[in-house]
Design a protein. Structure first.
Length: 93
């Protein structure tokens, strides 16, 4: 068995209810189901962020922008620059 690393995270009450029921029905631990779910998700090919669709869910003013991908790259570039100026290692976008 691989070395385990402890993680702590929040799930909704509905997710908790479903997780418990599914684990009991399958005769496995909740942790095992969570690990299996993580494995399934990580096996998928990473999805490219659809900034337009995401923006539409927040605000019509953002959704109307024509060059949203370029604007988001510029915002990330400025944040990376800010991190460099204050001495933190910049994260890759």
């Amino acid at each position: 068995m691989n070395k385990m690393v402890r993680k702590q995270f929040f799930i909704t009450a509905e997710q908790n209810k479903r997780l418990r029921a599914h684990a009991a029905a399958a005769g496995v631990s909740e942790a095992e189901l969570v690990r299996d779910g993580i494995d399934l998700r990580l096996e998928r090919k990473p999805e490219k962020v659809d900034w337009r669709r995401l923006a539409e869910s927040f605000s019509s003013s953002w959704a109307e922008r024509e060059n949203l991908d370029e604007e988001m790259r510029e915002i990330r570039r400025r944040w990376n620059r800010r991190d460099q100026v204050i001495g933190r290692k910049a994260k890759r976008s």
